[in-house]
Design a protein around this ligand. Structure first.
Ligand SMILES: C[S@@+](CC[C@H](N)C(=O)[O-])C[C@H]1O[C@@H](n2cnc3c(N)ncnc32)[C@H](O)[C@@H]1O
Length: 200
């Protein structure tokens, strides 16, 4: 039978730096909803290293859901739920509560409606003080965008004109309108940012 596990090479490089930030951001117990889980490699790593939490992976792509399930079948982890089909841009969602959100590398590789849906959904599900963690490359006023990120932006827009690096101030303004405080920003390797918003 074909191995349905996808491998995204960047996950091996960024999963530990992200985990370090998540240790200080996530609660010690509860349910973490991951939006746009992709291959599923991140959620496996986080579940292995944060055993007090339960993780709910999700993605709208059937191939991603198959990959997540295949990775889960290769390990014995009691704290990951079966992946669910979830398109952030389409409400209602098949989940009604979460204690934290994690969303890695989605908002620049999807139309803006996905970010709007993510914020709206997170606002509906999270309790006051609960975190929404985002990771990826951003544009920032007063900070030169790395040439590698400018090239990435051009590549994204060539693939889909609705994609591209987001301006952190615009993301923060949207989050503020949806009822979040923040952002708390951590600079990450390879010119990426960890961005945390908290439900007010
Ligand atoms: C570049 S991949 C990132 C996957 C993974 N988080 C990672 O960092 O390796 C982008 C993912 O976003 C998902 N995605 C795109 N639009 C989405 C949406 N509207 N709601 C949720 N996920 C979406 C895609 O299916 C894909 O799995």
């Amino acid at each position: 039978m074909t191995d349905q596990r996808h491998h995204a090479p960047a996950t091996l490089r960024n999963r530990d730096p992200i985990l370090d930030v998540l240790r200080g951001v996530l609660p010690t117990t509860g349910l973490v909803l991951e939006i746009a889980s992709g291959s599923g490699e991140h959620v496996l790593h986080f579940a292995q290293n944060l055993p007090g939490l339960t993780f709910q992976p999700s993605d709208p792509s059937p191939a991603a859901l198959a990959s997540i399930s295949a990775w889960m079948a290769s390990v014995d982890l009691p704290n990951i739920r079966a992946p669910m089909a979830l398109d952030a841009a389409t409400w209602p969602w098949p989940v009604t509560a979460a204690d934290a959100f994690v969303c890695i590398n989605m908002i620049h590789i999807s139309p803006w409606a996905s970010t709007e849906g993510l914020m709206r959904g997170a606002a509906a599900l999270l309790q006051p003080g609960a975190p929404l963690y985002l990771y990826g490359p951003y544009r920032r006023a007063g900070v030169a965008t790395a040439s590698s990120n400018e090239a990435f932006d051009l590549d994204l827009k060539a693939r889909n004109p609705a994609w591209g690096l987001r301006d952190l101030a615009e993301v923060a303004a949207l989050a503020g309108r949806e009822g979040f405080s923040g952002p708390e920003v951590t600079e990450m390797p390879s010119n990426n940012l960890s961005v945390v918003f908290r439900r007010r």
